[in-house]
Design a protein. Structure first.
Length: 324
């Protein structure tokens, strides 16, 4: 779709400028790289927290200090630059502002602008209720089923986990990051307590190691922590197709026990749904959108955004440029 407010040439120039800001400046986002300063947008931004120069919201840096991290990581944490929301700061040739993303423990969106001018870009990893909309020229979104797939899985609910646990055995809830695990634990707090993988446990309030409900990373199904468990159900939270296939292969490897394991899909609580994401885009001034992520979700999300009137550039993970 062509934006009536801008010529195709102008849009192409803006998109190239956004790519340069993300790929070639001294700043990287959620990805530590040699010679670059890494902005951390949420808890669990990096599966392996690589030591380096870090910048993050004060609450996020404090939350990271709770984790079981190495001496090198702790040194980087002590040297990290703590920022506050809506206070401009600079890294290299970029002017930056962090804004609340609606995610727990200092989750942040980041607006990037070049000191010499050009388009502004608002980077988001995920958005929850309370996310601050900011006027920008480009919005960087990660396609997720809670908003990009209108007829996708239902939001995970505490009473559903309660029912699964009451059937006996243990329920594994597969979730991508600590941020998702925190949101699920908070959504369940009034009904059920949860146990969690060591990667998540330091961030879970009221963590109960004896709970039959286990919050587990997408990539840890084959880990030693589940081998002696009597698993009766697996809940796949926002799992891309590749992870769903791996989970099904894992169930097959369990043999006769695997035949008794139910698998259901759900989306993470505490995230913007389709109508809310549309409202967020409008509140940002109807910017052009750079959409990335799982190919199937990108296709569906791009269709939705285009129907709203957005100009959309897509980068599905299968062919994604190494921007971040």
């Amino acid at each position: 779709m062509t934006d009536k407010r801008k010529s195709p040439t102008s849009l192409a120039d803006e998109f190239a400028a956004v790519q340069r800001m993300l790929a070639r400046e001294r700043l990287s986002i959620d990805d530590s790289q040699p010679g670059r300063t890494c902005f951390l947008s949420h808890i669990g931004a990096q599966p392996r927290l690589l030591p380096g120069p870090w910048v993050g919201h004060r609450d996020l840096i404090y939350a990271l200090a709770l984790a079981n991290i190495s001496p090198q990581q702790r040194t980087s944490l002590a040297r990290a630059v703590l920022i506050e929301y809506e206070r401009e700061f600079g890294i290299g040739r970029l002017l930056l502002d962090a804004f609340p993303s609606g995610l727990p423990m200092g989750g942040s969106s980041l607006r990037l602008r070049h000191r010499t001018g050009g388009p502004s870009c608002l980077y988001t990893w995920a958005l929850g209720p309370g996310a601050r909309a900011v006027k920008c020229d480009w919005l960087l979104l990660r396609a997720q089923p809670e908003w990009a797939v209108p007829e996708g899985p239902a939001t995970l609910r505490a009473d559903s986990l309660e029912v699964l646990a009451a059937l006996g055995g243990e329920v594994v809830v597969l979730v991508a990051t600590a941020t998702g695990a925190i949101q699920i634990a908070r959504a369940c707090a009034s009904r059920v307590r949860v146990a969690a993988h060591p990667r998540f446990a330091p961030h879970i309030e009221g963590h109960d190691p004896d709970s039959p409900i286990l919050l587990w990373p997408h990539d840890a199904l084959d880990g030693a922590g589940l081998r002696r468990r009597e698993i009766t159900a697996v809940v796949l939270v926002d799992t891309p197709e590749a992870v769903s296939r791996e989970a099904e292969a894992w169930r097959v490897r369990q043999g006769a026990a695997g035949e008794r394991i139910d698998m259901v899909e759900a989306t993470c609580p505490g995230r913007l749904r389709t109508d809310e994401m549309a409202g967020f885009w409008r509140a940002c001034g109807e910017p052009s959108v750079l959409l990335r992520g799982d190919a199937a979700w990108v296709t569906s999300g791009a269709r939705l955004l285009t129907d709203l009137g957005a100009v959309v550039e897509i980068q599905p993970e299968a062919t994604q440029l190494e921007l971040l």
